[in-house]
Design a binder for this molecule. Structure first.
Ligand SMILES: C[S@@+](CC[C@H](N)C(=O)[O-])C[C@H]1O[C@@H](n2cnc3c(N)ncnc32)[C@H](O)[C@@H]1O
Length: 445
């Protein structure tokens, strides 16, 4: 244990320091400072605000350190026993909040959203109170398996069995597992408690996979289960907290299940390729469609754009309300093909295969438009797209975001263009992980 914090410049990985942990920060950790309020910043995983912990240094950077809480001296009342045996320092990096009670996970994520809105979007905390209230839990995943007996708190059930898309990595001994935090090291596992029950029931984790680099498993809301493998030696990565918003790298071979799985959302059945994008939590698609429609209040005859549209989830809902021209823009050929097939019965919907910025700058999308849905991947839409959307002067924009930092950066650009978020809702679409989904309604001011 390092006792003197004047010596922190000499710290090396593996050193242990005792710290009092502060607020949660974006990334699944809390902020602490070595040697008091003005000391070096240390991001501590496996800890909770207010706790006094021994933290083991895992990474040293110029302006900050990373560490894992390896001993807790003064536990928070929000601390619980992780239901997963692999969620510990040095263990599986897929979940960040297994040690946090269900209610405290919602508060943690709300604090992170607020912090990002303050730091990156420049929205005062007092002004945030008018537009953002809390992180809303999603309904419990259906047919969730029983948890490990009396260790689970009552509300903890909704945190498990939700993950309908799982990518397992394969280690050098051909064992399947998930990756350590910020590492390519595979942690072999025999069960993932946040995986959908239909994924857990498959006998994938008790055997070795000499011919595969990775496995991708999908359990759809329509009851289909598909297993795909990436052949050994092919390229493509898998990240520890890979929530599937990017296509899996490399070519995938289907081992079992249908070539297209059925998803039920927005009152329709969707046929989607198991390797393509779909919302991961079984209740997420309906929850987000409902939030977008409630916020935008589409009226008959209003023209809309569904940008980063995937299979056209929001376009179908918008077209049903407006009965007017609705344009999906999607760049992945698989997504475009899925959108064209799924929306074929809706004559007012057009699907454009393009990157959103190219579609906007090359006038494949032309104003006037009344309603815009933006649902970009984790990096956000970026300033160029935001400026082009703002310049099209729609009546309202709904921005669906899986990363509050990217949302906040794009909100800053919108604000500079004379737009303001008038409502922000956040949803716990990824329980046990640091991730949170936000939907922001923007109006021109
Ligand atoms: C977060 S997903 C949203 C999909 C859809 N809105 C849904 O909820 O099912 C983002 C989508 O944007 C697509 N995408 C990524 N970058 C893009 C770009 N620059 N232009 C157009 N689409 C893009 C991805 O292929 C993916 O389908």
């Amino acid at each position: 244990m390092i006792e003197s914090y004047e010596m922190t410049d000499d710290l090396v990985e593996g050193d242990r320091v005792e710290v009092t942990v502060g607020a949660p920060a974006h990334g699944g950790h809390c902020v602490a400072r070595l040697g008091g309020p003005h000391g070096r910043v240390i991001f501590v995983r496996h800890a909770l605000p207010g706790e006094r912990v021994t933290a083991e240094i895992t990474e040293l950077h110029k302006g900050y350190l990373r560490a894992d809480a390896v001993e807790v001296h003064e536990p928070s009342p929000d601390r619980v026993t992780p239901p997963c045996a692999f969620a510990h320092p040095g263990g599986c990096g897929g979940c960040d909040l297994q040690h946090v009670s269900a209610d405290a996970q919602l508060r943690w994520k709300a604090d992170v959203v607020r912090d990002q809105l303050t730091r990156l979007a420049g929205i005062n905390p007092e002004d945030q109170d008018k537009i953002f209230v809390r992180v809303e839990p999603l309904p419990t995943a259906p047919d969730r398996p029983a948890t490990s007996g009396d260790r689970a708190e009552p509300d903890a059930e909704r945190l498990l069995g939700w993950r309908s898309r799982v990518r397992y990595a394969i280690d050098a001994l051909d064992r399947p597992g998930l990756l350590q935090h910020r590492s390519h090291q595979v942690v072999p596992i025999d069960r993932c408690v946040i995986a959908h029950p239909a994924v857990q029931e498959l006998d994938l984790l008790s055997r070795t996979w000499p011919d595969a680099d990775a496995l991708q498993v999908v359990a759809s809301t329509g009851g289909d289960v598909a297993v795909l493998a990436r052949p050994a030696g092919s390229s493509g990565g898998t990240a520890a907290d890979d929530l599937g918003d990017a296509p899996a790298g490399g070519t995938l071979t289907r081992l079992s299940g249908p070539g297209e799985v059925t998803e039920i959302a927005g009152g329709r059945a969707w046929a989607v390729p198991p390797e393509g994008f779909w919302q991961i939590h079984p209740a997420a698609a309906d929850t987000l469609v409902d939030a977008v429609l409630t916020m935008l209040e589409p009226a008959r005859g209003e023209v809309s754009w569904d940008l980063y549209g995937g299979a056209g989830l929001f376009a179908a809902a918008l077209a049903a309300r407006t009965g007017a021209r609705t344009t999906v823009v999607e760049s992945s050929p698989a997504g475009v093909a899925a959108a064209r097939r799924n929306l074929a019965g809706l004559p007012e919907v057009e699907v454009v295969e393009a990157k959103v910025d190219a579609a906007l700058s090359r006038r494949r999308l032309t104003a006037p438009v009344d309603l815009v849905v933006l649902d970009p991947p984790r990096a956000g839409a970026g300033a160029k797209v935001v400026r082009a959307v703002a310049a099209a002067t729609p009546r309202a924009v709904a921005y669906v975001a899986c990363d509050p930092a990217a949302l906040a950066r794009d909100l800053k650009t919108f604000r500079a263009e004379g737009w303001a978020p008038v409502e922000i809702r956040a949803f716990d679409c990824f329980p046990m992980t640091q991730h949170v989904e936000c939907v922001a309604l923007l109006h021109r001011v």
